[in-house]
Design a protein around this ligand. Structure first.
Ligand SMILES: Cc1ncc(COP(=O)(O)O)c(C=O)c1O
Length: 463
């Protein structure tokens, strides 16, 4: 893969502002792009002269930045050939900070498992396992027990669904990958919320799609603009149910008023985490042809690796067949455990939501006390707040944060073209001690960035 100077310039966004020498800033940001996956591994970098011309800087600045990245192991160093991106051995592992402490991971928005309930669900799953052992164990579309439980949950949420409309996957990410692989072609236009979930952008980039961003702001979605953008597109990938990263929820009226001009894929991974509003009725209840993606990851636990697709029966069959090109089914015990958990969801959810409300309250309190000039955007649920910084230094902050014991996801990961340098996603899924130490670390890192500090050590990769 090759990246052009113009494409790299778009990814770098407004990189030139800020303290420190330009070659350091350029090297820091290119390294962050590599670690974030926004510059894929083995990408051939633009030539120094060309990049310098496009960025409007001297060739020496670019060659000094490239030389530093080669020395740190982020660019290959073969004579007479273009540099290619790489990660040094150990560079993609979570790294302890300089004092040997493990970093506090604020780069994931994923809650811990409800331990007791999960344990119980696995015990019951093991009790049922003997029934499945005489058969081969490959479930291309998923076990009937789980497809039935997922369909029932859709019906409870206000969308009549039959089990044959459900395909079980190994998580929502797998579901999106399968949909992209089956329904999208290179150069297809795909409309996305902006900001959006970074790993979805990764899927769409890998599929070679042209990504069309539609803004999600503090006031949510502009349904008219969104409808207009979908006209003639190949697909829209939307997060109306406690949007990641903002936590916003598309109101009922807007759901009805949306006029999709292309097939819509709705990622409902956060849909059960309604903290301040009534649980939304799925978008698919308002419009035919909407494909819904769901997951057990946030409602129960990411380690289950269970998700699903709800679509019409023909598409479910088609996706099920296409699946063989990726994998041959989701593990049986995890599916049985997930069906058990879904059977208990009405009993489990209230405690889960109460716990998340408390964690969010703590995070907002810490923010108000330690980072007074940051503002937390409005949210209605989910697992994170989208915090606005007083200066556009999100990437610089994420780059120095590991030196202060914290891993952070920089705002531009959630967008395209280097947008969102003024934002950071802050999850409230950690426990009180970790969140307190995490916000303390961010406050120190932020003060250091404001005082002109650049990253001394490369930041750890963000998963
Ligand atoms: C919006 C969204 N979609 C998909 C995923 C991936 O879910 P899974 O763990 O089920 O693959 C996540 C996880 O963070 C997410 O937030």
């Amino acid at each position: 893969m090759h990246t052009s100077s113009h494409a790299l310039a778009r990814l770098l966004g407004d990189w030139s502002a800020g303290p420190g020498p330009a070659h350091r800033r350029l090297a820091d940001l290119i390294r962050l792009l590599i670690l974030d996956g926004r510059l894929p591994l083995a990408t051939t970098m633009p030539g120094e002269r060309d990049l310098a011309a496009v960025l409007g800087i001297s060739r020496t600045t670019v060659s000094t930045a490239y030389a530093a990245l080669r020395e740190q192991g982020y660019l290959s160093a073969r004579a007479r050939s273009r540099s290619r991106t790489r990660v040094p051995p150990g560079g993609s592992r979570p790294e302890p900070d300089t004092t040997g402490r493990d970093l506090i991971d604020l780069s994931h928005a994923a809650p811990p498992a409800p331990g007791e309930a999960l344990h119980r669900a696995y015990l019951r799953a093991l009790d049922q396992l003997p029934r499945h052992l005489p058969r081969h164990g490959y479930s291309q579309l998923g076990l009937t027990e789980l497809r039935t439980a997922v369909a029932r949950r859709y019906a409870d949420r206000g969308l009549a669904t039959t089990p044959d409309q459900i395909l079980i996957t190994s998580g929502a990410q797998h579901a999106l990958g399968l949909i992209a692989r089956t329904l999208l072609r290179p150069r297809d236009r795909v409309v996305v919320d902006h900001p959006t979930y970074p790993h979805a952008l990764q899927v769409l980039r890998t599929a070679g799609c042209r990504i069309v961003p539609v803004a999600v702001t503090d006031t949510g979605w502009d349904v008219e603009s969104l409808s207009a953008a979908t006209r003639g597109a190949a697909m829209a990938y939307l997060l109306p149910d406690f949007h990641n990263p903002t936590g916003l929820c598309l109101p009922e009226r807007d759901r009805a008023e949306l006029r999709p001009g292309c097939p819509v894929v709705v990622d409902e991974t956060m849909a059960e985490l309604a903290l301040d509003v009534d649980p939304p009725v799925p978008l698919a209840a308002h419009h035919t042809g909407v494909v819904s993606i769901g997951s057990a990851a946030k409602t129960f636990w990411g380690g289950l690796r269970v998700g699903w697709i709800r679509a019409d029966v023909d598409l479910v069959q088609r996706l099920g067949q296409a699946r063989a090109g990726i994998d041959l089914g989701t593990p049986v015990v995890e599916q049985l455990a997930c069906a058990e958990l879904l059977g208990e969801i009405d009993r489990l959810l209230p405690d889960r939501l109460a716990d998340l409300r408390q964690r969010r309250g703590l995070l907002l309190g810490l923010l108000a006390a330690r980072l007074r000039d940051w503002t937390a955007g409005p949210s209605a649920g989910g697992l994170s707040v989208w915090a606005r910084l007083p200066q556009p230094v999100s990437s610089a902050l994420a780059a120095v944060a590991p030196e202060f014991g914290v891993r952070l996801a920089a705002g531009p990961r959630f967008g395209i073209g280097g947008a969102f340098e003024r934002f950071v996603r802050l999850p409230y899924s950690l426990d009180a001690a970790a969140m307190t130490a995490g916000i303390d670390g961010i406050a120190e890192a932020f003060a250091a960035v404001q005082a002109g500090r650049r990253a001394n050590t490369p930041p750890a990769a963000l998963a």
